[in-house]
Design a protein around this ligand. Structure first.
Ligand SMILES: *Cc1c(COP(=O)(O)O)cnc(C)c1O
Length: 435
């Protein structure tokens, strides 16, 4: 029987008797107890940086509808998944969850490849992993550049001292297979890089047959699917894609945190044939593949996986797989069509006139000459807490970008965006008539 326990919790702790029970009352637990430990005043220096007052106020996050090119909102199921208890990053219960994710990603990428995993980091981390594993200094990479993502890939490849060759198309346009083949014949690259959904312009690059074309000329094909995977058809194996990556916060509607990525056997052979080690330890696909249980050898500690984000992705994939790719693809198509129709009814023009060249996941709308694009995006946010964005890179100042991704891709959200756009445009008209 232990009636009273002495605990050194600080001088404000007290043991009170309530009836027959002893109750420990803790009013302040973080005071220094010189008798039982802690630093003596003479051991402590004067602190120039006091405890920040701001952190005593509670975290305040407004609820917004994110209809830009990412991130998209996550369903509650995904948020709840992140509340599950933390596990160690190599506990069997956790590695089982990683295995489930690999199954989900194989379905989403439509691949039977063994190297399917995630980089801990956002879409850019997927891009950097692709570049730094496939290229050694002076290797030639051909970048099909029609927006900011091709520019970024070229920039990264230059930092890795690759020999970067670029073929270019105007913003909003896409490459034909013949144009890409002409580039390959001219530049003889080891790696060809294309972007499926160019979210800076809204363009959708056709990929069918590109893998075969690259392989015929001894190159591997790398594809950025960050803004498109899950929203439009993608078949890694059938299309002969060698490396593909995406991001968790776009169509998958999980929080930004990871970049799902897959390497084909051909891409892995290229990695194994490197003369020099991969220059980034963190992005080394052979390490990542081991940690994700893709190489048939016991998992080793590479880095601590983002445990709660992994739960979130597991839940997001389970939602996507429940719905099925065919339904996901057609939902994105029909919502985008409703958006196109509504925008045209408002007298607005789309940045890309050929509908077959548009990705349904990101719609780019031309800003009329008489309209201040930023005032319109502000109207969306200030009056409705709805995000739409302006242009990026080659489309900056010329367009608005509306994202229809995953959880947010609904007819109701399309109608809401159209309603707000109508209001915002009439506000602009009022301002113009006052001038
Ligand atoms: C958003 C995006 C990225 C970058 O993703 P982050 O998660 O912001 O790092 C890369 N490529 C495309 C096509 C994107 O839309």
């Amino acid at each position: 029987m232990c009636d009273v326990m002495m605990l050194s919790l600080g001088r404000w702790s007290a043991v009170r008797r309530v009836g027959k029970k002893s109750v420990l009352v803790v009013t302040a637990t973080h005071t220094t107890n010189t008798a039982t430990g802690g630093y003596t005043p003479s051991q402590l220096q004067k602190m120039d940086v006091p405890q920040p007052k701001i952190l005593k106020t509670p975290l305040d996050v407004p609820s917004k509808l994110l209809m830009g090119p990412g991130p998209s909102n996550s369903p509650l199921r995904v948020h709840y998944a992140m509340m599950k208890p933390l596990l160690g990053h190599l506990h069997p219960e956790f590695t089982k969850i990683m295995d489930d994710i690999k199954e989900g990603l194989r379905y989403m990428f439509q691949t039977q490849s063994t190297v399917v995993c995630c980089v801990s980091g956002t879409g850019h981390a997927g891009m950097e992993t692709t570049i730094c594993n496939l290229l050694e200094p002076s290797d030639v990479i051909l970048v099909a550049q029609n927006g900011i993502w091709g520019e970024r890939a070229a920039d990264m490849a230059r930092r890795h001292e690759a020999d970067v060759r670029v073929i270019e198309k105007a913003a909003g346009d896409v490459f034909t297979a013949a144009e890409i083949e002409a580039g390959i014949v001219k530049h003889r690259p080891a790696v060809v890089f294309v972007v499926q959904g160019e979210s800076s312009t809204g363009a959708l690059q056709p990929l069918e047959g590109l893998g075969e074309l690259c392989h015929k000329h001894g190159a591997v094909l790398a594809v950025d699917c960050v803004a498109s995977l899950g929203g439009v058809p993608f078949y890694m194996d059938t299309w002969g894609v060698d490396v593909v990556y995406t991001g968790t916060q776009k169509v998958l509607s999980a929080p930004p945190s990871m970049a799902p990525i897959a390497f084909s056997a051909r891409a892995m052979e290229r990695v194994k044939a490197r003369k020099k080690p991969i220059r980034s330890f963190y992005s080394d696909i052979t390490w990542l593949a081991n940690y994700w249980g893709c190489d048939g050898t016991p998992r080793k500690y590479h880095h601590t996986g983002p445990v709660s984000s992994v739960y979130a992705l597991r839940e997001a994939l389970s939602i996507a797989c429940e719905e099925g790719l065919e339904s996901l693809w057609s939902r994105h198509q029909s919502c985008a069509q409703r958006l196109y129709n509504g925008l045209e009814e408002l007298g607005l023009k789309l940045f890309i006139s050929d509908p077959t060249k548009r990705t349904p996941t990101v719609t780019t709308i031309r800003v009329p000459d008489t309209v201040n694009w930023m005032r319109v995006t502000k109207y969306f946010m200030e009056k409705y807490r709805v995000e739409i964005s302006g242009g990026l890179g080659p489309s900056a100042g010329q367009v608005w970008r509306v994202g229809l991704m995953g959880y947010n891709c609904t007819l109701d959200n399309v109608d809401l965006v159209l309603k707000i756009m109508k209001e915002a445009l009439s506000e602009e008209e009022k301002l113009n008539s006052k001038l």
